[in-house]
Design a protein around this ligand. Structure first.
Ligand code: NDP
Length: 388
């Protein structure tokens, strides 16, 4: 049956990879809506090619520019703008599946809206589950839809757990693999530039997640994400550095068996899995050639040089709003680093200070999350004199 899809964050790395997979299967998928924050021309190009019913630009000031860009390309999509329009296309009755691929907590509201509306939710936007895990899981349950993880580690775990009974899951442990990022073996982190931090050795990704990979905060966010998505406590989630990024994560069962999911480092594989689940479709990703792989190696993360990983574990153990605060402080610090206002080595201390200074109660609503997020961002700006 034809699936109708909304892609939140269509102009980003994940959005474009998803569209690449979708373009290979025109008989299975049709696009209802594509969204972007401010990339008007890129959004209009995609609208001309994929012919969504609606194109949404989140920045309301760009609505007329989008309309003009669509007109000049002969694209017939209706132009919409603003955050309310993101929610509308996430919960529209015309839509079966929503890919949540906005970066950061900015994706939270439309992602929750899709879950509440019972859509099949393909979740890439890890910050949404980090800052509002309990609310998102409850929204999926209330909505009656399903959540399929796109993040390659969680997608790997989903694959390893498919068909495993609840009783066996309870005795399992998750092993998240991490490439170690571009600075695994580099000592002088003081002088790291944004372009160096974004030059990931194995994956091509957006700039924010690339910096998160370089600090290991990405893995920390993934530990929190895994805890919510698979109902696992922190002590049953381990992180291991695997520089080749061939094994995307593993599950160890009570009897000592370990199941791993492997593949070339290409997000089209987890996207194709999530799009077609429980079926399998061609993704366009290169096949693994085992004769060319060489050694697969593993090592412990260097927690002294990359303390963000432990801050995330601590936030998960602390509970309440600590993950929301962690995420907000990280977003502010990473943006300041990318803008040249903060050194790479100041990202972790900024997060540590904000976590020490803020300890709000657990959020009970999305509005609570947004308020905690706002306060933590203010605190991060104050802590580090980051105000532009
Ligand atoms: P990108 O920066 O490449 O793309 C982000 C997308 O979100 C763009 O379409 C952007 O629009 C849009 N956007 C940015 N800010 C806002 C906002 N405030 N409101 C609405 N839309 C916004 O990010 P990635 O594709 O790399 O990552 C997206 C998400 O997927 C992140 O949460 C990331 O952690 C996760 N992820 C990414 C992976 C990857 O390989 N890239 C792997 C696993 C998870 P515009 O172009 O106009 O700025």
């Amino acid at each position: 049956m034809m699936q109708s899809i909304t892609i939140l964050g269509a102009t980003g790395s994940i959005g474009l990879s998803a569209l690449d997979v979708i373009a290979r299967h025109p008989q299975r998928y049709r696009i209802h809506a594509l969204t972007a924050q401010s990339s008007v021309e890129a959004l209009a190009d995609l609208a001309a090619r994929f012919k969504p019913a609606i194109a949404v630009i989140a920045d309301p000031a760009l609505e007329s520019q989008l309309r003009e860009a669509l007109r000049s390309r002969g694209a017939t999509s209706v132009a919409r703008a603003g955050r309310a329009a993101l929610v509308e296309v996430a919960q529209s009755a015309e839509v079966d599946t929503v890919l949540a691929a906005i970066v950061g907590a900015a994706g939270l509201v439309p992602t929750i809206a899709a879950a509440e509306a019972g859509k099949r939710l393909l979740l890439a936007n890890k910050e949404a589950v980090v800052c509002a895990g309990a609310l998102l899981v409850a929204a999926v349950q209330r909505g009656g839809g399903e959540l399929l993880p796109v993040d390659s580690e969680h997608n790997a775990i989903h694959q390893c757990l498919a068909g495993v009974r609840e009783a066996e899951r309870r005795g399992a442990r998750l092993v998240l693999t991490a490439s170690g990022g571009p600075f695994r073996t580099r000592d002088d982190l003081e002088t790291v530039t944004p372009d160096e931090a974004c030059a990931h050795p194995n994956w091509v990704m957006g700039r924010k997640i690339s910096v998160d990979s370089a600090t290991l905060m990405n893995k920390g966010l993934e530990v929190i994400e895994a805890s919510w998505l698979f109902g696992m406590p922190a002590e049953r989630i381990e992180v291991v550095i695997h520089p080749q990024s061939v094994i995307h994560s593993m599950v160890e069962f009570a009897d000592g068996s370990v199941l791993a999911q492997m593949g070339s480092p290409d997000m089209r594989t987890p996207l194709a899995y999530a799009l077609a689940w429980p079926e399998r479709i061609v993704s366009g990703a290169r096949r693994l050639d085992f004769t060319q792989l060489g050694a697969l190696t593993f090592e412990a993360p260097d927690r002294r040089r990359f303390p963000c990983l432990d801050y995330a574990y601590q936030a998960l153990l602390r509970g309440n709003a600590a993950p929301t605060v962690l995420n907000a402080a990280n977003e502010v610090a990473v943006q300041a680093f990318l803008d040249g206002r903060l050194r790479f080595t100041e990202i972790a201390p900024t997060i540590e200070r904000v976590l020490a200074a803020c300890d709000p109660a657990a959020p009970r609503s999305v509005e609570d999350v947004l308020e905690i997020d706002r306060e933590a961002r203010e605190r991060a700006l104050d802590c580090t004199a980051l105000r532009a």
